[in-house]
Write a protein that binds this ligand. Sequence first.
Ligand code: GDP
Ligand code: MG
Length: 176
Amino acid sequence: THVGMRQFNVVLLGAGGVGKSALTVRFVKDQFLDHYDPTIEEEYRRTITVDNELTSLEVLDTAGAEQFTSLNEVYIKAGRGFILVFSLTQEASLKEVENIRQQIYQIKGGGTNVPIVVVGTKLDLQSEREVQHATIQSLASRWNLPFYETSAKRNWHVNDVFEDIVRQMRERYPPE
Ligand code: GDP
Ligand code: MG
């Protein structure tokens, strides 16, 4: 039988200004702009080959700046995979990731294995760095989640993030 290309949706969540749009646009269009309209929420689509298998990804770049917005709940209900984004240059944005992570498990049901990747952004801004590698490493291992340190500007490790989430979603949602 013919098996069509699998399709998944992934939602980027995180505090305002951490670089969700930059990461998305780097992945989808291979571009970096210095300014993205912080109020714009957009859904993109791209295909990606992971382990020799082509997958269609729908990527939702959210724009909510407020934590615990009711919109978050809508996104979480609709999303199959989540990229939780914080900035390595802003300690407070890591707390926001912790909140969102809890919110996801509340909504999806505790104990569920939800595909999630944690991403620290702006790795190129070394002198502004506030979150140390060891900090995020111990948090992520406590959460049992993979994490990546990235730069959308320099295109460091951006693809790794999306490949990881695709692998997780394939495993979590096997074809019928
Ligand atoms: P969002 O609100 O989470 O969507 O954040 P944006 O993607 O709009 O990024 C906020 C600001 O951080 C913008 O001025 C971006 O140009 C900048 N930015 C995002 N990613 C990077 C990065 O990897 N390196 C550097 N140096 N700046 C970045
Ligand atoms: Mg944005």
